[in-house]
Design a protein around this ligand. Structure first.
Ligand SMILES: N[C@@H](CC(=O)c1ccccc1NC=O)C(=O)O
Length: 291
């Protein structure tokens, strides 16, 4: 790869450089401010259980945000945060909880060990165990829905392609739907970029953890799961491409999948606007989960 090719590839995989709202530094700052403020608000206002352990690793913790008078059949929105597998945490990931709990949905923010503490394999294993744990903890829920943003979209897709016989009790959790927002479904282009510096993935690690190479497992384990693939108008062309290709792949295998480009959003507010009840995606999520 020439220096120019590397520069182009890194530009494509630098979401902050494509924002129509702010420059690169400011858009990340704004994102962190919004997700932190809205999570703090949710923690102050709502009934929540924080730091619930889902396994034995120190980072195996999740936060649960409950609707008032929570019904035992409340549907569950499991949120897997983004941040290129190296930024953010569950402590900034309850920002969807105020509008979603108001609609009767239980919100869970999953924690996992970002790099350099965790490798991609560790993170994938953690989110799979978290979903298995939730399906056991809330057996009467009307449905488990996975939502992931960016790197979390990748982890959410890896949850769908799990070999569940190797996760906890071996049971397949009934996942009713997935909202994959500005996700990465092929990790191989990232190996040669700055994104990989703390991750230290080899080509083989990247392939083993690329959802686009394991889509057959999604159909096998979760044939009825409805998938919504979402990206921002001002996401980089590579993110548009990855979302569209993964959508087509799942469609080709007979899954019920739609792909939606949200106008006037970039890589960051495409997800953090879920803190607002009138945002297009908030309404789509609620409609899907209550149908
Ligand atoms: N280097 C990345 C940084 C990035 O993606 C990011 C940084 C902080 C928090 C979240 C991020 N990305 C997605 O959630 C970028 O250029 O956007």
């Amino acid at each position: 790869m020439t220096a120019i090719e590397k520069e182009d590839l890194e530009y494509q995989y630098s979401p902050s450089r494509w924002s129509h709202r702010f420059d690169a530094e400011a858009v990340v700052q704004d994102h962190v401010r919004v997700v932190q403020t809205e999570t703090d608000k949710a923690r102050a206002q709502l009934q929540c259980e924080l730091d619930v352990p889902y396994g034995d690793r120190e980072g195996d913790k999740l936060d649960i945000y409950k609707p008032d008078n929570c019904r035992s059949d409340a549907p569950i929105f499991v949120y897997i945060h983004g941040g290129y597998w190296q930024f953010l945490s569950k402590d900034q990931s309850g920002f969807t909880a105020i509008p979603l709990t108001a609609a009767g949905v239980m919100v869970v923010a999953v924690g996992y060990d970002i790099a350099p503490k965790g490798t991609i394999d560790v993170m994938v294993d953690q989110v799979r165990r978290a979903v298995s744990f939730l399906s056991e903890k809330f057996p009467s829920s009307s449905g488990l829905y996975i939502c992931g943003h960016s790197a979390g979209g990748h982890l959410g897709a890896m949850v769908l392609s799990s070999d569940w016989s190797k996760v906890r009790d071996g049971r397949v959790p009934a996942i009713k739907g997935a909202f994959l927002v500005s996700g990465v479904f092929d990790l191989t282009p990232l190996v040669k970029t700055y994104v990989n510096e703390p991750l230290k993935m080899t080509e083989e690690d990247a392939r083993r953890n690329s959802p686009c190479l394991f889509s057959a497992a999604v159909v096998k384990n979760h044939p009825k799961c409805k998938v919504l693939v979402v990206f921002g108008e001002h996401d980089a062309p590579e993110f548009h491409r990855q979302s569209k290709e993964y959508t087509e792949q799942l469609k080709g295998l007979g899954m019920e999948v739609s792909c939606v480009e949200i106008p006037d959003t970039d890589h960051f507010n495409v997800v953090h606007n879920l803190a607002e009840e009138h945002y297009q995606l908030t309404k789509m999520v609620i409609e899907e989960m209550l149908s």
